[in-house]
Design a protein around this ligand. Structure first.
Ligand SMILES: [Zn+2]
Length: 307
């Protein structure tokens, strides 16, 4: 039987900032990678600096000091640098957007950037209209936030020609336990408009790109593996929020995980699957350099962002 724990979500308004309080938007650089014949582009919405305690309540200064030789890009003292970005994957002539960032709906916990859709449009060959598939690794607000947008007072899909892919199990969970996320303006209107395809957690998007189940953070959470020309990469989603969790896989995002025991098991499996074998690990919330390689050292796994 399930041993799931209910998520302990902070109230949605706790960290909301008024526009006058918001720091300047820092999206980080546009980054490009090639995996065989496929390409991946990072387009940032915002790189935030926030209390590590918010996502990783078990993290201490001692953890960071013990890993000071590699965690520098991801922390500023006990503050975590948290990136919210989209990965655009081009594979076999298909343009795939993996996660659509936070958006600017009122009341969301983290500030999005109203200029993000226009910046993303510039970075995609053919623009937003050329996107064939939008895959949401899960349905938390910072992964669906720009699924839709308001144009001339009307809510429209941000990617007008795309099919949106949600895991069936993720949607089932929302219907039972998290109706707020289901009712989100970036989820329900797309379902009602018939623009969503419900997928299994091992769904294949192209011959090179497939989902892999990485549940724990949410019940239907998926990561994305890319395999082309003998090269491999994985997009983590929120199976891990910070590279430090590879060193300490039991260090869970307990306040926002659906089931932290399962998210810990998922991180251990990812280390087994992706460490020391050349797989490029692309972190959905990792501040730049964003992608790197998992290495196994005498103390455990660590993340090498230099490669
Ligand atoms: Zn997230």
């Amino acid at each position: 039987m399930s041993t799931r724990h209910g998520p302990v979500k902070p109230p949605r308004t706790v960290h909301a900032m008024s526009s006058s309080e918001r720091p300047p938007i820092e999206p980080g650089p546009v980054q490009h990678w090639r995996i065989g014949d496929a390409t991946v582009t990072r387009v940032g919405e915002v790189v935030l600096t926030l209390s590590s305690n918010f996502l990783l309540p078990d993290l201490t200064a001692e953890h960071l000091a013990a890993n000071a030789d590699w965690v520098g890009p991801y922390f500023d003292g006990m503050q975590m640098r948290l990136s919210i970005h989209t990965f655009v994957v081009v594979s076999e002539g298909r343009t795939i957007v993996v996660d659509t960032c936070a958006g600017v709906e009122p009341g969301r916990m983290l500030p999005g950037d109203p200029t993000f859709p226009d910046r993303l449009d510039v970075e995609i060959d053919g623009g937003l209209a050329a996107v064939d598939l939008v895959l949401c690794t899960h349905l938390h607000f910072d992964h669906v936030g720009w699924n839709t947008r308001i144009v001339d007072g009307v809510r429209v899909p941000t990617f007008p020609n795309a099919r949106y892919l949600f895991a069936q199990s993720e949607l089932d969970h929302l219907a039972g336990d998290d109706p707020d996320d289901l009712a989100s303006s970036d989820v329900r209107p797309l379902i009602e408009a018939g623009l969503v395809d419900l997928i299994e957690p091992d769904h294949r998007l192209t011959g090179e790109v497939r989902c892999v189940p990485t549940h724990g953070h949410t019940p239907g959470h998926v990561s994305v593996e890319i395999s082309s020309g003998g090269q491999r990469a994985v997009i983590t989603g929120d199976a891990t929020h910070s590279p430090i969790q590879f060193r300490y896989p039991e260090m869970a995002a307990r306040r926002v995980d659906w089931d932290s025991e399962r998210s810990t098991a998922t991180r251990r499996k990812m280390i087994a699957n992706y460490a020391d074998n050349g797989v490029l690990v692309m972190g959905t919330h990792f501040a730049p350099p964003t992608a790197g390689h998992l290495r196994l050292g005498p103390e455990g796994a660590w993340f090498d962002g230099s490669a």
